[in-house]
Design a protein around this ligand. Structure first.
Ligand SMILES: [Zn+2]
Length: 482
C-alpha cells in the first residue's frame, strides 16, 4: 500500500508551501537526504473518490435536521442537555458506529429566567435584550439608572470611576467582520467586572454580532474573584443604534433592567463519543467533533449542531462505503462548550497520559462551511503527507495553510498538551449574523455548504487514520510548542 520515495528532508518547495514559521528549531536539517513515507497513488485515488462521493451525500444535513427538530435548543445544565445526550447516543448507534460511550462532565449550572429592559427617559420605549450567560439577577422589580456609553472595552478600562459610579455601563462596540470577534468579545466576557470595579450597577452591551436584525446575541460572561457581581445583558444591534441616537440628543438616558437569571447548583452532563474502530492500529485514533450543547435562544443549528453533524456524517460515510481505516476514528460531541469549555477540558484531562495515541485532532465549530483552508500542527516528518492531504482537498476549494493550526475550542486543551492538530477553517462570513441568537435555526442550512464541509472532514479523517507516518502527538517538537 505504501510508497517510499527518496526526498530531501525539507525541500525548497515544501518550505515555500508551509512558510518559514515551520522551522522548528533544530528539527529540520535542510541539506540531508532521508526516506519519507507518503501515500501511494492508489491510496490517493481512494481519498479522492471518498471526497467526491461524500460531497454528494446528504447525511450531515439529515443528522442536523434530526438534532434541531427532535431536541432543539440544549443549553448546558437544562433538561434539554440530557435529551441531547440521549439523542447523541441513539444517533451514533443508528449510524452504525462500532463503539458508543459517554464520559461525565460536571460544571456549575446557570438558568436564564425573565429578561426585560426599557428606556424610561427621555423617550420611553422597550428594548430587545438578553441576559449574558452567568449573569446574576437584578433586584426584584428591576433596577433603573442612567446609561454611560463607551466605544470599546478598552475605553471602559481607561475611564475614571467618577464617570461610571451608580450608572449602567453601555459598551457600544460594533462588530464589523468575523475577525473582530476576539476584541469585541472582551466587553462581553470581562465588561461586568471592569464596570463593577468603577462602581457601575449593571452593564448592557451592544450585541457581539455582525447582523442588523432585532435579535440580541447571548454568550458567556465571567465574574472576577473579589469583584462585586453586577447584572449583565446584551441589546440587539438595532436597539444599540437607537440608544446611540437618543444619547446624541444630549439629555441623560435612563434604562430600567429586570433579569431573574442566576446560578443553579452543579450539573453532570456527558461528552458523547462514537468510534469507528481501526483495522490495524485500533488504539491510535483520529479525533474530530463539535460541541453538543448550545445556547437556548435559537435551536443551536450553526453553533454547533452543524459541527456535530458534519463530523458524525464524515465518519459514518467512511464506514458506510465499506472502507476500513487503519487507525480508529473517534467523534466526540463535547458537553458545555458555551459556558467555559468544560467538555473539552475534561476530555483533555482524562487523556493527558495517552496523548501519543491521538494521531490528529480537529473540530468543526464555526458554522456550516464550506471549509476554506487546511492547516496543520504536525512534526516535520509528516509534512509530505500533509501536503498530499491538502492536494486531495484542493478540488473542494480548500487552500493550504501553515503548520501552526488551532484545532478548535474544545480540542485546544489537547493541542496545549502537544496533540497533533488540524485546522479545517470554516467560512464564517455570515456566522456572526446568527451566532447565539434566536435566528440560529435549521432553515439557514444550505446542503451544498454542509456537504462540502463533510467531504473535507471525511478526507481529513480517512487520510489521517491511514497515514504512513505518525503525526507526532506528545513528542518533540509539538510537545514544547504550545
Ligand atoms: Zn460553538
Amino acid at each position: 500500500m505504501l510508497k517510499r520515495v527518496k526526498v530531501l528532508t525539507m525541500t525548497a518547495a515544501l518550505l515555500a508551501a508551509f512558510g518559514s514559521n515551520l522551522l522548528l528549531g533544530n528539527a529540520i536539517a535542510a541539506d540531508k537526504t532521508s526516506e519519507v513515507s507518503v501515500f501511494s497513488d492508489k491510496d490517493l485515488n481512494t481519498a479522492a473518490w471518498l471526497r467526491d462521493a461524500a460531497r454528494l451525500d446528504n447525511a450531515s444535513y439529515r443528522i442536523l435536521e434530526s438534532l434541531t427538530t427532535e431536541v432543539g435548543p440544549r443549553m448546558a445544565g437544562t433538561p434539554a442537555d440530557a435529551r441531547a445526550v440521549a439523542w447523541a447516543e441513539a444517533k451514533f448507534k443508528e449510524l452504525g458506529f462500532d463503539k458508543v460511550w459517554k464520559e461525565p462532565v460536571t460544571f456549575p449550572s446557570w438558568q436564564r429566567g425573565e429578561e426585560k429592559a426599557e428606556i424610561v427617559a427621555p423617550f420611553p420605549q422597550p428594548l430587545t435584550i438578553t441576559a449574558l450567560g452567568n449573569s446574576i439577577a437584578t433586584p426584584a422589580g428591576g433596577l433603573t439608572a442612567e446609561l454611560v456609553q463607551f466605544a470599546t472595552f478598552k475605553d471602559l478600562q481607561a475611564a475614571s470611576p467618577d464617570a461610571v459610579k451608580g450608572k449602567i455601563v453601555f459598551i457600544n462596540h460594533k462588530m464589523q467582520t468575523a475577525a473582530d470577534y476576539g476584541s469585541v468579545q472582551a466587553g462581553r466576557t470581562k465588561g461586568a467586572s471592569e464596570a463593577a470595579r468603577k462602581g457601575a450597577v449593571a452593564i448592557v452591551i451592544r450585541s457581539v454580532g455582525t447582523d442588523s436584525h432585532r435579535f440580541p446575541h447571548t454568550g458567556v460572561m465571567n465574574y472576577e474573584d473579589g469583584v462585586e457581581k453586577i447584572p449583565a445583558a446584551a441589546m440587539s444591534n438595532s436597539d444599540a443604534d437607537m440608544v446611540v441616537r437618543m444619547i446624541k440628543r444630549g439629555k441623560p438616558v435612563s434604562l430600567k433592567l429586570s433579569l431573574s437569571s442566576g446560578a443553579n447548583g452543579s450539573y453532570t452532563s456527558y461528552n458523547v463519543i462514537g468510534e469507528i474502530t481501526g483495522s490495524e492500529l485500533p488504539n491510535e485514533y483520529v479525533l474530530m467533533g463539535g460541541h453538543l450543547d448550545s445556547w437556548d435562544l435559537g435551536t443551536g443549528t450553526i453553533d454547533d449542531g452543524a459541527g456535530c453533524a458534519i463530523t458524525m456524517a464524515a465518519a459514518e460515510f467512511i464506514k458506510r462505503q465499506g472502507l476500513k481505516p487503519k487507525r480508529s476514528i473517534r467523534v466526540v460531541l463535547f458537553a458545555n462548550e458555551e459556558q467555559g469549555l468544560f467538555g473539552g477540558k475534561a476530555y483533555a484531562a482524562a487523556n493527558e497520559k495517552q496523548i501519543s495515541k491521538i494521531q490528529a485532532a480537529a473540530e468543526a465549530d464555526s458554522g456550516q462551511g464550506p471549509v476554506t483552508q487546511l492547516s496543520s500542527f504536525v512534526r516535520p516528518e509528516a509534512f509530505a503527507v500533509v501536503k498530499q492531504m491538502q492536494a486531495v482537498m484542493a478540488p473542494l476549494g480548500v487552500v493550504a495553510g501553515d503548520n501552526n493550526a488551532y484545532p478548535g475550542p474544545d480540542m485546544g486543551s489537547l493541542r496545549s498538551l502537544g496533540a497533533a492538530s488540524f485546522g479545517l477553517t470554516l467560512k464564517a462570513d455570515d456566522y456572526f449574523d446568527l451566532h447565539h441568537t434566536p435566528d440560529d435555526t435549521f432553515d439557514k442550512i444550505e446542503p451544498a455548504r454542509i456537504n462540502q464541509a463533510t467531504a473535507a472532514f471525511a478526507v481529513y479523517a480517512w487520510m489521517s487514520a491511514n497515514s504512513p507516518v505518525n503525526f507526532g502527538s506528545g513528542q518533540e517538537p509539538l510537545k514544547s510548542r504550545k
